[in-house]
Design a protein around this ligand. Structure first.
Ligand code: LMR
Length: 337
């Protein structure tokens, strides 16, 4: 009797195992940008690598363009486990209670990409990811986009040109302070709503790297664009901690390697995507493109730099100083790229 019971248990158990083994693990990866952007392309590339290398044991469903969730909703969905993977911009972590990520929003904090990558991949990046764990989130990688440009329906050359303009920003206190320092009126808004808000005049202008501006067709509703490179936009690829830690160890290791390779690919294409987008906006002819003369650039810099000091408490003086130190080291080595 006893033996039969044991055998039955084993057979039933194997049945359950067989059912589990044949069902792929599903990773729902939600994001807010178009598929033909650095983030969009890298999400699709990660999907390909993950599915190929796990021989179909993992299926990655990528949902671009805020199809599933808008900015704020997607963070909640990740914590609840409704999606497993996101790549929000580094400006969108404040509402989670980790304002330190707004380090990346400080105007002119990264003089070049080499400094940026060293900050992301070094001690600062590791410490930022550690802040996510108590929120039930694991940080897997930092992805790049690029430096931001300003757009509006009036030319933005002098600081005074911003006066009274309603400028759309992401949900970041640093970006709010940045726009205020310029004399503009910042309005937090989800990315998916920006095009129609610009079209209807709910806001007058915005900031983003070229790849986002072009793929959302914002140039069709913005007459002027200033190549200002005044700030940076990048991403953290994050996963639900419980889900990630519940994966079989071999699968998790394969996915981590796939993410590493997708990250190298992402950083490789980001600059070119932005260069191509700028060329496409030029060709479209809807938007006058302004180069900031050095003298004006210096004035923007003077007005915006005090934002660093203003946020020492919220971001952490040590983080800001550490970023300066990395920039100085890169300069010393002559490795600016
Ligand atoms: C934005 O909201 O402007 C960007 O964060 C969108 C994105 O994810 O690149």
């Amino acid at each position: 009797m006893k033996l039969r019971a044991v055998l039955t248990t084993i057979v039933l158990g194997m049945g359950v195992y067989a059912a589990q083994a044949s069902e792929p693990v599903i990773i729902r990866f939600s994001h807010v940008v178009a598929p033909n952007t650095p983030k969009g392309k890298a999400a699709d590339y990660f999907k390909r690598l993950a599915e190929e290398r796990t021989n179909g044991r993992v299926k990655v469903e990528v949902y671009p363009n805020s199809q599933l969730y808008k900015d704020r909703e997607e963070m909640e969905a990740l914590q609840l486990g409704a999606v497993q993977m996101l790549a929000p911009s580094l400006s969108k972590f404040g509402p989670l209670g980790v304002r330190q990520f707004e380090l990346f929003d400080l105007p002119y904090i990264f003089p070049n990409k080499e400094t940026l990558y060293r900050v992301m991949d070094g001690d600062i990046g590791r410490r930022l990811f550690a802040l996510l764990e108590p929120k039930g989130i694991i940080g897997l990688a930092f992805w790049d986009n690029g430096f931001k440009q300003m757009s509006a329906n009036r030319p933005l050359r002098k600081v005074e040109d911003f006066k009274g303009l309603k400028m759309r920003i992401q949900s970041s206190k640093v970006l709010e302070a940045q726009m205020k320092a310029l004399g503009a009126n910042p309005q937090v808004m989800a990315f998916s709503e920006v095009y129609s808000a610009l079209q209807q005049g709910v806001v007058d202008g915005t900031e983003n790297p070229m790849s986002n501006l072009y793929t959302q067709k914002m140039h069709e509703v913005q007459k002027h664009l200033t190549l200002s490179d005044h700030g940076y936009l990048g991403y953290a690829v994050i996963v639900n901690k419980k889900f990630w830690e519940g994966l079989p160890a071999d699968l998790r290791a394969t996915l981590e390697k796939a993410m590493q390779d997708a990250t190298a690919y992402e950083r490789d294409i980001a600059q070119k995507e932005n260069d191509d987008a700028l060329a496409a906006v030029r060709r479209a002819g809807t938007t006058e493109i302004h180069i900031l003369p050095n003298e004006e650039r210096r004035k923007w810099w003077q007005v915006l730099l005090p934002v660093h000091k203003e946020f020492e408490d919220k971001i952490g003086r040590d983080f800001i100083q550490a970023a300066y130190a990395v920039a100085a080291q890169v300069e010393k080595e002559g490795k600016a790229r």
